[in-house]
Design a protein around this ligand. Structure first.
Ligand code: AMP
Length: 397
């Protein structure tokens, strides 16, 4: 029987979906994907075939404030009409925060929803938007199994030291610690690497997830042991519009001396900084690499410098380095950035093959490089689909 698995990734102004069809033990196959965006401003639904052809598009110019629920219902009705002879078996959701306790995807229950609700203060910008479609789908399909897949789960294998700030125990005990994010991406890459090169996957690997959000993860023998993101997704590397790590004293200065409000500081740290703030030009790496503005070049230089430093730090956390993997928008598509980053890592034994790098080959290290360097496309939605199917199978067993 052909089984439909719906994957939902919801944010503050958009709900993305991917519909997978799976048959027997074959891996799930993407059937279509799309999103509702511009929620509360100018709602727009678009659905595409796996290779990009538009299947359906809809706007509601007369109803800019159309409710979340009505838009969600439109999306679900459209998706169900695409199932053909397949049956919708389950839905998997990206949930940004699973706290300290959840290290695996879980079947959604009322009790789990209560626990996830309790984690909202840890991720107030994301968690409520991740939970809303779970509730909306429960209303439409009360019996459909739903699975929560956490972006923090993969990092729960980090040792205590990697998860802790040097804060008083009482505050750490309240959950102020390093959780790490982009876990679904890292888990997908770890699985892909195991298929491509089992020996490499058994070793010490640093994955650089370089997209509009950017982070790095040290994976030793397939398990996350350290990562650059911490309590929130603003720690670590400079990103498209986020600062990355910064002396916490700067926040005090902004609040106490400049009189900024917490909301203004949040906006500065998340939306006005990073590549955009440093360059004054754009948050898009493609534009910066083509720009002749000196500040654009400096933004790129700072991004690369900080990746180079984190390579040293994460290699130290593992006590060695066997491989580097580049992934996400910049990592998968920018030979220039990969070359610059690898230039910073020569001391670690990294040497790339320029020709292979220029062509976005899968393996871009020189034949005699002691550290192998890979380019592996990530697919968080596929990871969620696989997790959802695994949870479903365990339920049926
Ligand atoms: P992601 O968040 O993984 O979708 O990555 C999005 C980012 O990837 C964009 O903001 C761009 O800066 C970057 N990007 C995409 N294509 C390229 C490219 N060919 N060269 C450099 N950066 C790119």
């Amino acid at each position: 029987m052909r089984e439909g698995i719906l994957v939902i990734n919801a944010g503050s102004s958009s709900i993305k979906f991917s519909l997978y069809i799976s048959e027997g033990n074959e891996p799930p196959l993407l059937s279509c994907k799309g999103q509702v965006e511009g929620i509360n401003v100018a709602p727009h639904f678009i659905a595409k075939a796996p290779h990009g052809g538009v299947l359906n598009e809809q706007r509601w110019p007369d109803q800019p404030n159309m409710s979340h629920e009505a838009l969600f219902k439109y999306m679900i009705d459209w998706i169900e009409a695409q199932l053909g002879d397949a049956e919708l078996k389950a839905a998997g959701h990206r949930v940004v925060h699973g706290g300290s306790q959840y290290s695996q995807p879980l079947l959604v229950t009322d009790e789990l929803m209560e626990e996830l609700e309790r984690l909202v203060p840890l991720a107030p910008l994301h968690q409520p938007h991740n939970l809303a479609p779970i509730r909306a789908l429960t209303k439409v399909h009360p019996d459909l199994p739903q699975v929560a897949c956490f972006d923090t789960a993969f990092h729960r294998s980090n040792p205590w030291t990697a998860q802790s700030f040097a804060l008083p125990r009482k505050i750490t005990g309240e959950g102020v610690k390093r959780y790490g994010f982009h876990g679904l991406s890292y888990e997908y890459i770890a699985r892909q690497l195991r298929k491509l090169s089992p020996a490499t996957a058994r070793g010490k690997v640093i994955v650089c997830h370089l997209g509009s959000g950017a982070s790095m993860c040290a994976i030793d023998g397939g398990k996350s042991v350290a990562s650059t993101m911490g309590f929130t997704a603003v720690e670590g590397l400079p990103m498209g519009t986020r600062t990355g790590s910064m002396d916490a004293g700067v926040v005090l200065y902004l609040l106490q001396q400049k009189g900024m409000t917490p909301k203004e500081v949040e906006d500065l740290l998340y939306k006005q900084s990073g590549l955009l703030g440093v360059s004054g030009v754009s948050n898009d790496m493609r534009i910066l690499l083509e720009s002749s503005e000196p500040h654009a070049a400096e933004a790129v230089e700072l991004f690369v410098y900080r990746i180079g430093r984190e390579l040293g730090s994460l290699a130290a956390a593992m006590g060695g380095l066997d491989a580097i993997v580049f992934t996400a928008g910049i990592g998968e598509r920018s030979p220039q950035i990969r070359e610059k980053v690898c230039g910073h890592a020569e001391w670690l034994g990294v040497e790339i093959d320029d020709e292979a790098n220029r062509h976005d080959a899968m393996l871009i290290s020189a034949a005699d490089s002691p550290v192998s360097v890979w380019v592996i496309p990530t697919d968080e939605e596929m990871m969620i689909a696989k997790h959802t199917r695994e949870v479903l199978r365990n339920l049926q067993d």
